[in-house]
Design a protein around this ligand. Sequence first.
Ligand code: SF4
Ligand code: SF4
Length: 427
Amino acid sequence: MTTDYRPMWQNLGLDLKAHDDLLKNLGKAYQQIILNQKKRPQKMEYLDFVMREVHGLRIKELIDAKAAGRKVIGAFCVFVPEEIVLAADAIMVGLCTGADFALEDVEKLLPRNTCALIKSAFGFKLSRVCPFLEAADMVVGENTCDGKKKAFEQMLELVPNFYVMDLPQQKTAGGRRLLRLEYQNFLRAIFELTGVEITVERLRRGIEISNNKRKALARLSHLRRAEPAPISGLDALLINQVAFYDDPLRFTDSINQLCDELEELIHRKEGVFPAKAPRILLSGCPMAVPNWKIPWLIEQAGAVVVGEEACVGERGWRNFTKTCGETVDDLLDNLVERYFNIDCAIFTPNPEREEHIIEMAKDLKADGIIHYSLQFCQPYSIEALPLERRLQERGCNFLRVETDYSMEDIGQLQTRIEAFVEIISQI
Ligand code: SF4
Ligand code: SF4
């Protein structure tokens, strides 16, 4: 018997009609893109279950946790330290920004030429279709790119519990001090919200839980070096997306079980794509649910995505936080050290990113790199041009694409991606 979640959604204030439309479209896309893949590891069943229940059972878990006195924190960016949230026995969830919704209403608040990710965050809020957003006791918006920074001024008016976190733009001593200060302020805000005093033991435990989740994702990434590829890029992306919603302990355990299965497949030299399939590293803007367009096109063209140099991917979980230290201040320093390494394109200059792309391409034996940026995303679109030149000079096969969440450009993208796959498969 299926559970009727409608009363729960109604209590959260969702627009049930719009929400039905969202679930219908999401279900259709999931069937067409994810479930229709020919070969999938058996343990992906868990991820399918999470996605089926993403607005159902998972939301019920959040509501039950809230009833028991725990708080829910929504976040848009990988700079928000989950460790601090976990230390206060609160729950952090990533907020969906991967689909267009209520565009007409959004464009009354934001210019048309705003990136799809920012517009999506507004669309979900304005149309009241995201139960995570409505269940959150605090929503954190980070001052990263100019688009987010200015759009969040309006989000402050829409979301009463909106918390703005300032972030540095330069990897200087001053930038590091700013991040330290912001994390200190965030820790205080979380204490005020939850009433839980963050002790050194609590923060260390939060760090360990986050590190273990990142280790499971690192293990998965390591296994994707195998030829033939033991898992599709679409499934690996889905795992990275689910990492933002699911309970971290349960998620870590499930991904480790999946990795056990992949190790067996690798041992038997079995894969989900032929051994000769061209291997692609995808690099650029984050891809939130249900933004599967580019990896889908790549894998439809017969290549396999072996890594994501993106925040929903390796940029988001790379580097662990040290657990050493005697005081909360020591552990905050460790957090700053970890997060300050994130090479998001909002930093200027941002030379580490080029090196990371090269490192990942070599490690994952990628035959080509596809750089993906969202239209009107200045940080990634501008950074893509010198990256293209420099990586080509260093011998990489590189394709640069720019798109949004609509399907209008699908034919043109398909032609370009198929041509690129064709070229690299002949090299
Ligand atoms: S791309 Fe930059 S702004 Fe976006 S989630 Fe990643 S770190 Fe945050
Ligand atoms: S995709 Fe680009 S423009 Fe959009 S929020 Fe991220 S950094 Fe800003």
